[in-house]
Design a protein around this ligand. Structure first.
Ligand code: NAD
Ligand code: MG
Length: 390
């Protein structure tokens, strides 16, 4: 029996993971974590027979406890309890909390030598060198669960990384792929949440409309595979069926094709190193008929340029980039800033922080990453308050 834990179990990736776990008889569930949706968290914990369910929010503890009454499942609450849950001996841990909050529990699981199925791309964006070094030092394994990175990982099986000439990650282009810049600047929350090909959590859906998601994924690719940023390309592919391509020194391109269903990447990580059945749609390519490609427009999608600057700067720039992006997204969701203001705010925050010594300083520990995260959030909020982004 393999012991598994799922962090962010009630989210979009969490639900897809739950769906796959429910179909298996060879796993036992140690811990599940969630946020405010404690009724669903308790339901999942009962269905999987988990030992422990944890809500990230202290004020949700009483509701979780009562939802679990009579089940014998332990309840816990708070940020520290989520991190402690990662110390429980699970062999396979899904990291699917959204945002920078996913970093600490994932690190804790790697310190135990666990296999970390990593959907939380923010872990690699904010603290890539630390996450990779933690896995190496403790014999932990990281399996990428972002669809593009799972695709690259699969294309590299049996290959020599030295023979990789380039990696191409695809982007659907989001709902604003062919909108003029003037219309994009006025885009509403509802328009940004209307993703053409993927069904995902609210935050990543909006990040897909701005291509901030692809910007995070450029950095994620660099950190996980150790590839020179100049060799990583973004290709717009509206059908979202090819998830990534790897180009080798002989000119061959290996593409990964599959339906836009995250159970594919999650199932790969669950079955790894073998392949096993995964209940996703089988593609009928003759019916699909055509796949199309285009270059991303750097003018309308400044997030991609910002990611390249972040990779050039290195150090804590990824933590600052992600934190400023999270603040920008919070304010866009609250309808306090416009769609195009998000990239302007991130750019202004990075510019402000570049004047200090910490941005480019190498990542040493979780503390230095969290300090930069905090500083970038304060800077971004101050810029909004002072009207400094317009
Ligand atoms: P989601 O918003 O649907 O779910 C997030 C989960 O995290 C929920 O369980 C929520 O309760 C929990 N959570 C939220 N804030 C928290 C906090 N402060 N502390 C602890 N837990 C908290 O998000 P999602 O779309 O499932 O995405 C999860 C992660 O996976 C993100 O990093 C995202 O970028 C990545 N990812 C998602 C998809 C997708 O298809 N949804 C694809 C690739 C990568
Ligand atoms: Mg992705």
């Amino acid at each position: 029996m393999r012991r598994v834990s799922v962090f962010g179990a009630t989210g979009s990736i969490g639900e897809s993971t739950f769906d796959l776990l429910q179909r298996r008889s060879d796993v036992t569930t140690v811990a599940l974590s969630g946020g405010r949706n404690v009724a669903r968290l308790a339901e999942q914990a009962r269905a999987l027979g988990a030992e422990l369910a944890v809500t990230a929010f202290d004020d949700c503890y009483a509701d979780l406890k009562s939802a679990l009454s009579g089940s014998g499942i332990e309840a816990a609450a708070g940020t520290a309890a989520v991190i402690e849950a990662a110390e429980r001996p699970a062999d396979w841990v899904m990291s699917a909390i959204v945002g920078a909050a996913g970093l600490a529990p994932g690190l804790r699981a790697l310190e135990r030598g666990a296999t970390l199925a990593l959907a939380n791309k923010e872990s690699l964006v904010t603290a890539g060198p630390l996450v990779m070094a933690t896995a190496r030092a403790h014999g932990g394994t990281i399996l990428p669960v972002d669809s593009e990175h799972s695709a690259v990982f699969q294309a590299l099986v049996g290959e020599d990384i030295a023979a990789v000439e380039r990696v191409i990650i695809t982007a659907s282009g989001g709902p604003f792929r062919d909108w003029p810049a003037s219309r994009m600047a006025r885009a509403t929350l509802e328009e940004a949440m209307n993703h053409p090909s993927w069904s995902m959590g609210q935050r990543i859906t909006i990040d897909s409309a701005s291509l901030f998601n692809k910007a995070l994924e450029l950095i994620e690719t660099r950190e996980f595979f150790g590839i020179d940023p100049a060799r990583i390309e973004v290709l717009v592919h509206p059908q979202s069926l090819i998830h990534a391509l790897v180009g080798f020194s002989d000119g061959a391109l290996m593409a990964h094709i599959g339906p836009a269903d995250m159970r594919h990447a999650i199932g790969y990580a669950l079955n790894w190193p073998a392949r096993g059945p995964v209940p996703v749609e089988r593609l009928d390519l003759a019916r699909i008929g055509q796949l199309s490609f285009e270059a991303p427009d750097p003018k309308r999608f400044p997030a991609l340029r910002l990611a390249r600057e972040v990779m050039d700067t290195g150090g804590h720039a990824g933590a600052a980039f992600n934190a400023a992006k999270e603040v920008a997204l919070d304010h866009f969701i609250a309808r306090q800033i416009g769609f195009a203001d998000m990239a302007a705010l991130v750019a202004a925050t990075l510019e402000h922080l570049a004047a200090g010594p910490d941005l480019a300083a190498p990542v040493k520990s979780l503390d230095t990453v969290q300090a930069m995260d905090h500083m970038a959030r304060q800077t971004a909020r101050a810029l909004i308050a002072s009207g400094g982004i317009r």
